[in-house]
Design a protein around this ligand. Sequence first.
Ligand code: SF4
Length: 303
Amino acid sequence: MQKCLITKIVKDSILDGPGCRYVTFVKGCNLNCPWCHNPETKSSKQEVFTYSRFCIHCGNCVNALSADAQLEVTPVEIDNSNSEQYFNAVEACPTKTLEYASSEYSTDEIIDDMRKYSIMYSKTKGGLTISGGDPLFVADFSFELFTKAKAAGFHTAADTALSFKWDIVEKFLPVVDMWLIDLKHIDDNNLKTDLTIANLLKLANISGSKIWIRIPIVPGYNDNEAIWEAMATLLNDAGNAIEQVSLLPFHPFGTAKYEALRIDYPFSGVKHLDDSVIDNATEIFSKHLRPEILTKGRRILHG
Ligand code: SF4
């Protein structure tokens, strides 16, 4: 049975697909978006958060690593590139100053948990969404979980950047009812947008495909009219499989997580995107897309 590190489970999301959703955030992604507000989902390895304000300087963490260590260095400085060597310190911390960034779940554990709330998902026509990270990055786990969810009668949605070879995407077609696709740019080699776009167009051409597009509007990255025009034209060409397009303003809520992981945040100090930028983007997108599929201004709360 497949297992995976999961950073968070939300059991009543109304943001990640139709109806009420059970959303698992898997750990692991093949991209490295510098504005990402869930940095703990980038690496597929376990990591450790440090919340220094909770530290009572008991020294347990230091003693768990070395009997000779000095108490002055509390809380112990975690290096997440080599996090395994600090797990004893995490276990020894009584205040959760040191905390694992994820927990391991099997596919059966998740399906069993979903069954407890199944009436909520069936009444609202909701179901399971695998987000991350990227569900296709942990393909074996996600495929098994989607397969079991469908067998149990749950609607399934994959929240992905689709930046993978088509044969990986294609394998998921029988077990994914809806695709929530992050479109970040029209031409960015670093974030493999060529794959995103090619796969998006292939999916849109498959009869019965249901696609929601989510576009983060990020200051200094894709907040310009030429990119919006190109994206809107692409999505219009993709046709009626595109059921929703959401323009999501950048927010700095991930700042504290970067601090807790002890890594630099490239967008440190950058503020919420101004509403006027989203208004401008909406105007451009609405020239190309059916107005009923365009949504704007929703803060990215998770995912
Ligand atoms: S064990 Fe926890 S509370 Fe105690 S010194 Fe270390 S980090 Fe602080």
